[in-house]
Design a binder for this molecule. Sequence first.
Ligand code: CMC
Length: 429
Amino acid sequence: MTEVKDARLTVDGSTIELEIERASIGNDGLSVSNLLRDTGLVTVDPGFTNTASCESAITYIDGDQGVLRYRGYPIEQLAEHSTFLEVAYLLIRGELPTESELTAFNHRVARHMHVHEGIKTFLGAFPRDAHPMAVLSGALSALSTFYPESVGRGEYEIELATVQLLAKTAVVISYLQRRVTGGELIEPRPGGHYVDEFMRVAFSGPDGELDIDPIVRRALDLLLILHADHEQNCSTSTVRIVGSSQANIYASVSAGIGALSGPLHGGANEAALRMFDHIKESGDTVEQFVAKVKDKSEGARLMGFGHRVYKSFDPRGTVVKRIADQVLDQLGGNNETFDMAKRLEEIALSDDYFIERKLYPNVDFYTGLLYSAMKFPVPIFTPLFALGRMPGWIAHYREMMHDPKTKIGRPRQIYTGVVERDYVPMDQR
Ligand code: CMC
C-alpha cells in the first residue's frame, strides 16, 4: 500500500486540508473531527465500515491477508505455545510475562475464583431456561454491587476489577451451565488451574470430582486464546462506548455481553450449530440449503460465514477446523454433522455468490461442533466466547481510560424526520 502524503477536501469551492493519522502498520486514518466546524458537514458511515473510532496498540488484523496479531505476536504462535491466562496478561499488560509474573498472575486469578452468596441467589432467580447470555450480562453488572472496593478508575480498583472479572466470569459461566444441566452449584477450589477449575465446576457431579481429558483441556484453552481479542468489533466497541461515559468496567463489559449475544456476532456459534440441525431436520440437501441462502427470499444466511474485516480467510477459523478434526477424531463427536459442515464449506467456497462477496468460514463455523463434542450444552456456546473475549474487553477499557484523546462516544446523525409541527390536542386527532 502506498503511503498517502496529504489529503484535501473541496466543499463548495473551498478546499480544506485533512490531517492524516499514521498507523504503525495497516491503514492510516483521515481525521475528520474538524469537518463540521470547517464545512457544516458531518460524515456518514452506517455500520462504521470505514471509521476508526480510536488509536489502539492491542490487536492488529490484516483482513486481506488473514493476519491476526495480539500485541504483535501472530495468533498461530500464541495458539501453539501459549496459555489463555498468559495471553490475557499479554493483552492487558502489553508484554509477555516472565515466569514469576505469570505464576503470580495465575495465583491471583485463582484466588478470586469464588462468588458472593448473593450472586448465586441472583443466578437462581432466573428461570432455568433463561438464555445464559442474558443472565451473564446481568450478573457481571451486578458484580460491581458485591465488590464495591473494585469499582472506580484508580489503579488499585482497575487492577482488582481485572482479576475479579477474569476469575468470576469463569465461575458464573460454569454455574450457568449447571443451571442448564440441572446440577446443584458446587464451590470452586481457590488455587486451582483456571481451565481445570472452570471445567470441574461446570461438569463435575455432586462429589465435585472430574477427570479432565487433556485433549479437552488443551482444546478449550486454545479456543479461549483464539477468542481473546479482535480489535474494534461490535462488542468491544460497545465496551468502549459505554466506558467512554466513565461508566465502571463491570457496566461496560455487561453491555459488551449484550452486543456479543447477537447471531451476527458471538451468537453465531450457537446459530451455526442450530443451522446444521435445521438442515438435517428439514430434509434439504446441502445444495438446496445453499440455494436458499443465495436466493435470500427466506432470509437464511450461512451462519459462521463472512466477516466485516476478513476478506480471504479467518486465521482463527483455520485453527478451529484443525482442532475440530483432531478432537472429533479422538473423542468421537458428531461426525455426521462435521462431514455435513465440511461439505457446506466446500460448496460455498466454490460458488460464485460467496466468491464474489469474499465470504469465507469464520471462527464460529466449526466452534459449535467442537463445543458439542466437548459436551458443552448449546446455550453455553456464546458464554464461552464471552469468557475468551473478557481479556480483550478489559484491555480495551484500560487502554481507553489511559488515552488522553478519549472523549465520550457520541455519533451524529442525518435527521430525516418532520421539520416542525404544532402539538395537536387529543380530541382533534
Ligand atoms: N451468508 C449469506 N450471505 C452473506 C453472508 C452469509 N453469512 N454474509 C454476508 N452475506 C452477503 C450479504 O447478503 C451481502 O450481499 P449483497 O451484496 O447481495 O447485499 C454481502 O454478503 C455483504 O454482506 P454484509 O452483511 O453487508 O457484510 P457485513 O460486513 O455488514 O457483515 C457479517 C458481516 C459477519 C455480519 C456477515 O457476514 C454475517 O451475517 N455472517 C453470518 C453471521 C456470522 O457468522 N457472524 C460471525 C462473525 S465472526 C465472529 C465475530 O467476531 O463476531
